[in-house]
Write a protein that binds this ligand. Structure first.
Ligand SMILES: [Zn+2]
Ligand SMILES: [Zn+2]
Length: 113
């Protein structure tokens, strides 16, 4: 069961309200960021290329930040998958429009004891 909040779609930067997990894929190409959306409260899973900040296909440059190497945070968009009122049809997002930064943990490569 989920306690999804049916907020109106709004593109707004928010602060995470709970820790997010950031996992690097086995091949090192993707980060998977998982945690609760601060706005609509449902767990959202966001995948991003490990080399570029933001979605792989930045077709909508309106509010996307410029692609750049990861510098310590991942810009995550809500991907709750629930319908939100007031969402523009051209929006590529599958969520409520909220976005926020999640810190990237330092690489855990190297010899293990
Ligand atoms: Zn949301
Ligand atoms: Zn939502």
């Amino acid at each position: 069961m989920s306690d999804h909040e049916h907020t109106d779609f709004r593109e707004v930067e928010v602060q995470p309200t709970a820790p997010f997990t950031v996992e690097l894929s086995d091949d090192g190409r993707w980060y998977t960021v998982t945690g609760p959306c601060p706005v609509c409260r449902v767990t959202t899973v966001f995948r991003v290329s490990s080399g570029v900040l933001g979605p792989a296909k930045g077709l909508f440059g309106r509010r996307r930040r410029r692609p750049e190497p990861l510098t310590g945070t991942i810009l995550v968009y809500c991907m709750c998958g629930y319908p939100h009122a007031e969402k523009p049809p051209e929006s590529p997002d599958a969520g409520c429009g909220a976005f926020w930064d999640v810190p990237v943990p330092p690489p855990t490569q190297g010899p293990t004891p």
